[in-house]
Design a binder for this molecule. Structure first.
Ligand SMILES: [Zn+2]
Length: 99
């Protein structure tokens, strides 16, 4: 089956919660609605298609939560989406940008 692999290549601290992931309340803090508690927003992704290789940015769209939307794909075409492993997520140690 065709496989679509997603890698996150860029992050920034969530400006809504300043990277905390919640509203900072000491009593029952609420999860930040903008970043869903991760504290970070996705600013860059790389999408690799098992058939076509790395897709140009015009072939997909993504949002700050890391959800990727493929454009120009047939709706009835089946493919498997490989999401980043937990270690590659916004809070993963291997993905923290030292900058
Ligand atoms: Zn946030």
């Amino acid at each position: 089956m065709r496989r679509i692999s997603i890698h996150y290549t860029g992050f920034r601290d969530c400006p809504n919660c300043e990277g905390r992931g919640d509203d900072g309340s000491t009593w029952r803090p609420f999860e930040c609605r903008r970043c869903k508690g991760s504290g970070r927003l996705i600013t860059g992704v790389e999408v690799e298609d098992s058939v076509e290789g790395v897709l140009p940015a015009s072939h997909y769209d993504f949002n700050a939560l890391g959800e990727v939307f493929l454009l120009d794909y047939d709706e009835d075409e089946e493919f498997e989406v490989i999401r980043p492993a937990s270690g590659e997520g916004p809070r993963g140690p291997s993905s923290v940008d030292p900058g």
